[in-house]
Design a protein around this ligand. Sequence first.
Ligand SMILES: [Cu+2]
Length: 141
Amino acid sequence: MRAQFAPCWVVIVLAVACTSSRPSASDSAPTSVPTNTPVAAKVPVPSQPARVIRITAKKFEYSPARIVLEKGEPVVLELVSLDRKHGFAAPDLGLRADIDPDHVTRLELLPRKVGTFEFHCDVFCGSGHEGMEGEIVVEEK
Ligand SMILES: [Cu+2]
């Protein structure tokens, strides 16, 4: 009866031996990576730094009111109010922020589609508020 199980035990012992003797990634890492390789080299680096575009808002205009970007170009919009609270809404780009006079509001944008995208003030700021708008034009590289 015991003789019938012997081949099974041999197979199990061999399987465990093979599994435990296989080097894992963590075991081999210290010997395969040169000691002078900086850890940061493994972190993906953006292909280009974000361009900063400052947009000022005041009754009842943005400056600049037209912004031209390249598709795939990372930008940071710095929004500043020169008078009172305004809004910045570019719904087709998924952007929305309040613009307060006492600090800079930053919005990151990575345009992924070509087109002209309207932005407007969505915080009532007086008669003329309805015409406070601009556009972001995204062009092919
Ligand atoms: Cu407004």
